[in-house]
Design a protein. Structure first.
Length: 516
């Protein structure tokens, strides 16, 4: 029987096989031949994917895998790795096993993994479709090792690893591999128990999987909350405070390959109060040398809603009244602050430690609110008597210089009209306030990132090439592991963060650009 390490290798190899041969996560109703039909209904986490390749998706994924790995035939490399793992421990049958001879003939189209807990060693198992259960059972027998135990549960025979207790057997038309409790739970479902595939929350979430999805990760927030309530009530309370009623709330993550990019999509019907917005008009004004540029919409409203949620959840010391009381001595209220805060954008630039700097830019609908807020903050800073505080070189605000506390660059809090800037470094502060000089709007890599989102609003951009160059300059290149990874990292171009809306679900996506 496979040891736990070898089971994990097998499952990881199957997951990697998805990465070079998937045809889509899909959606719609779950049939009896879908692995989700064996997953327990209360499993908070479930991963699914398609194994057999079809059409354009196969072409896209093979091209992407080849570009990233540098191998002309990554499928062959993976198969060779799997063959070695199958034979690195002697089995009782004495057979030399291989993927082509002992797995591929019975391997079905779909696979899934369910996890029934959130801490410790929860029941978890992988489920793989089988097109020939007799051949699948033979494969299990051929991997049997000394010390393994034959067992049966509700008429289903299975094998238990004598070293780590991993169970493997055929349940219906599926190979199931996992810890023994999870295996028994899958058997219970097959005997008429409630399955995840029967739950409308699951099927509605899976319907959000985009076409061409490589693999999907489902999280049932109600199941997560129920599990936390039993194991960690404090965290359960925090979860419910942040998203409210978890009933029917889900999250689905999907991995979508293309020839020159890899996309991660997140779809959720929880916490509709917070959604990413198209902040490209703000982000594209940032300096062209920025290697990170991200935004958060409606910062003031987000702060207010977060405080309200925490207060309703009964978090100690958090209330609007308590915050107003603390601010009153400075002549401020929470509304004075939140009413001045609109969209927030942050950029970072620099090629080494000496030139590293950046700024946060907050837009506002009211220049008078901005002027009042920055005026009070400037007066408080000046009146504090702390050394290193002076009038801002640009705009209306103050500047702090303190090499011991904040480093070689100065920190400036300033404003101009309806714009607030908190800048680290004089150059970044001036760039943020004036939006002059070369900007991301003219940067070719930024344009690629915007185009990759296909009309979805952009809320973040990362130039991965510049990030790795900075990492080199900061000394990461001296790390042996980083040196080994660097040739592969060179093939990553950008990361674009975007968002959208689909019915009751808000969607977010991160697209990583890849080049040869």
């Amino acid at each position: 029987m496979l040891s736990r390490a070898r089971v994990l290798v097998l499952l990881l190899a199957a997951a990697a096989a998805l990465a070079i041969s998937a045809c889509g996560g899909g959606g719609g109703e779950v049939s009896s031949d879908d692995p989700a039909s064996l997953a327990p209904a209360d499993a908070p986490i479930y991963v699914q994917g398609t194994i057999r390749p079809h059409g354009a998706t196969k072409t896209n994924v093979e091209a992407l895998a080849s570009t990233i790995s540098g191998f002309g035939d990554p499928t062959a490399q993976l198969t060779a790795l799997l063959d070695r793992s199958l034979n690195d421990t002697p089995n009782l049958s004495g057979k030399h096993l291989s993927f082509a001879k002992d797995i591929d003939p019975w391997l079905g189209d779909r696979a899934g993994v369910f996890v029934e807990g959130l801490s410790g060693n929860p029941p978890a198992a992988g489920i793989v479709q089988s097109t020939d259960t007799r051949a699948t059972k033979q494969f299990i027998d051929d991997t049997k090792q000394k010390g393994d135990k034959d067992r049966s549960y509700k008429g289903v025979d299975y094998l238990v690893d004598g070293t780590d207790g991993t169970a493997a057997g055929v349940v219906g038309d599926f190979l199931v591999v996992g810890n023994e409790q999870a295996f028994k739970d899958a058997v219970d479902v097959s005997k008429g128990g409630d399955s995840l595939g029967d739950q409308s929350d699951f099927t509605n979430a899976v319907d959000q999987a985009p076409s061409g999805s490589l693999a999907d990760v489902y999280v049932g927030l109600q199941q997560v909350s129920d599990t936390l309530r039993a194991q960690d009530p404090a965290n359960a309370k925090s979860l419910e405070a942040s998203i409210g009623d978890t009933s029917g709330k889900t999250v689905l993550g999907s991995l979508v390959p293309a020839k020159d990019s890899l996309e991660l999509d997140l779809a959720t019907n929880a916490n509709q109060n917070f959604q990413l917005s198209d902040l490209s008009k703000l982000i594209e004004t940032f300096p062209s040398d920025s290697f990170v540029a991200v935004g958060i919409p409606n910062l003031g409203a987000t702060v207010s809603k977060t405080i309200d949620q925490l207060e309703k959840a009964g978090v100690s010391g958090i209330s609007k009244a308590a915050i107003d009381q603390q601010l009153s001595s400075a002549g401020l209220s929470l509304d004075d602050i939140t009413s001045a805060l609109g969209d927030l954008g942050v950029f970072v630039e620099g090629t080494d430690k000496a030139s590293l700097q950046g700024a946060g830019v907050i837009t506002s609908h009211s220049s008078s609110n901005v002027k009042n807020l920055i005026g009070i903050l400037s007066s408080l800073a000046t009146a504090s008597g702390q050394p290193g505080i002076s009038r801002a070189q640009v705009g209306n605000g103050f500047r702090v210089t303190d090499p011991q506390q904040i480093g070689r660059q100065s920190l400036t809090v300033t404003s101009s009209g309806a714009k607030i800037v908190i800048g680290y470094g004089d150059q970044a502060t001036k760039q943020a306030l004036s939006s002059g000089g070369g900007t991301l709007a003219d940067d070719p890599t930024y344009k690629q990132a915007v185009a990759a989102l296909g009309g979805n609003g952009l809320s973040g951009f990362v130039s991965l090439a510049k990030v790795f160059q900075l990492a080199d300059a900061l000394g990461a290149i001296r790390d042996p592991g980083y040196q080994q990874a660097r040739p592969y990292l060179n093939r990553l171009s950008y990361a674009a963060i975007g968002s959208g809306k689909s019915g009751d679900f808000s969607t977010s996506k991160v697209i990583v650009g890849v080049h040869g």
